[in-house]
Write a protein that binds this ligand. Sequence first.
Ligand SMILES: [Zn+2]
Ligand SMILES: [Zn+2]
Length: 315
Amino acid sequence: MARMDRRDFLGFGAVAGAAMLAPRWMSAQAPGATDRLGQMRAAGATTAIKTTRLYDNLYLLQGAGGNMAVQTGPDGTLVIDSSFSTAVPHIREAIAALTQEPASTLINTHWHVDHTDGNEAMHEAGFMIYAHRKTRDRLAAPSTVKLLGISLPAAPTGALPVVTFDDRMQVWHNGDSLDLVHFEPAHTDTDIYIQFHNADVLHAGDTFFNRMYPFIDEGTGGSIGGMIQATAKALSLAGPQTKIIPGHGPLGDRAELQQFHDMLSSVRDKVAALKRAGANEQEAIARKPTSDLDAQWGKGMMNGDAFTGLVYRTL
Ligand SMILES: [Zn+2]
Ligand SMILES: [Zn+2]
């Protein structure tokens, strides 16, 4: 795998990442939340989609927003996640380059806007949307992600998942069997993984940020402990050859997921020790508990200080 391509997460990272480095700037005089979302959507409109073949009929699509997957075949096209609304024309072009079969199914890994904003346009293009029940609940109501400074109105009806589940669901599609399984709250309380058994591909959604500190949505049930549990669960599903799609970052494998899990555990242990010793959040951040990890993990969406704060607050 080539080195991390910053363009891969320009739509989310460059905007949200910059904002995360300056939380005071955000709360005091940030441009309106719609502006920030507008910037992300602008990136969605201009970012080209990169297609990578993972198996005979299964592809990774990377552009603005979260990483997507496309499965092709006679049952129709199955897609995982829908990026930003503005990216949908690019997504449909990328799909058209792979298959002429009709639209079938869109699966959302979780409720976040960089994975669901394209839902309505994909639904209009013929996709039936599957997700965890809470993804539908959260999309159906106004929402905010405070740390990213994003506020959203309730999504239109056409954007809502119409097939939902609580724990797990199985789908047989285009010659493969797929498990859709809810994680205990990790990155949010709506996270699922999608496992393609024949293709040996696992889409882990935003429970896996490959080669960078993850964002954890403390406002909708996310926590560092949940992230560690989710990565342990995903590790138990993956073999040495399994291709693992992270929500953000380059395509990963079991070894990289293990490194991510170990990094999370290491940061959790260090920050927990500071908290137990009586440090408040600012003091914990000032002690730089991630200093030995920042060169490897702190160049994506979150730097070490921002991630330390997230870990501290969700311990
Ligand atoms: Zn995401
Ligand atoms: Zn997310």
